[in-house]
Design a protein around this ligand. Structure first.
Ligand SMILES: [Zn+2]
Length: 112
């Protein structure tokens, strides 16, 4: 259940930023390589948010496709999953440039 620990950190970040106000919407960016199951994260989020200022907030998830730059040929590839392979030369030595995101992009707060 790694979604549960992700949900905990999202709620913690949201509560810190909300500063006692109620949160109505949380928008998160999830990199494809995090392998988060959206339904599991939504469920965990609901559980963790209970009793906090984030309770009842809508969780919006935006998946960021993964991409890497090959250290051998220098080409950029979209990465669909593991193993990470360069689409141009088949090399495995890639520098990940996108797809590892796990961040709260913005919050919507109830008007005070
Ligand atoms: Zn390559």
């Amino acid at each position: 259940m790694h979604e549960l620990s992700i949900a905990e950190s999202i709620v913690r970040v949201a509560c810190n930023h909300a500063d006692e106000r109620r949160v109505t919407r949380v928008h998160v960016k999830l990199g494809h390589l995090r392998q988060v199951v959206p339904s599991a994260l939504a469920f965990s989020f609901g559980l963790v948010a209970e009793g906090t200022g984030v309770e009842g907030a809508e969780l919006e998830m935006e998946e960021v496709p993964a991409a890497g730059i090959c250290r051998r040929c220098g080409e950029e590839s979209q990465l669909e999953g593991f193993p990470l392979v360069c689409r141009t030369c088949g090399g495995f030595d890639l520098e990940i440039i996108r797809g590892e995101e796990l961040l709260v992009e913005f919050l919507e707060l109830e008007e005070a």
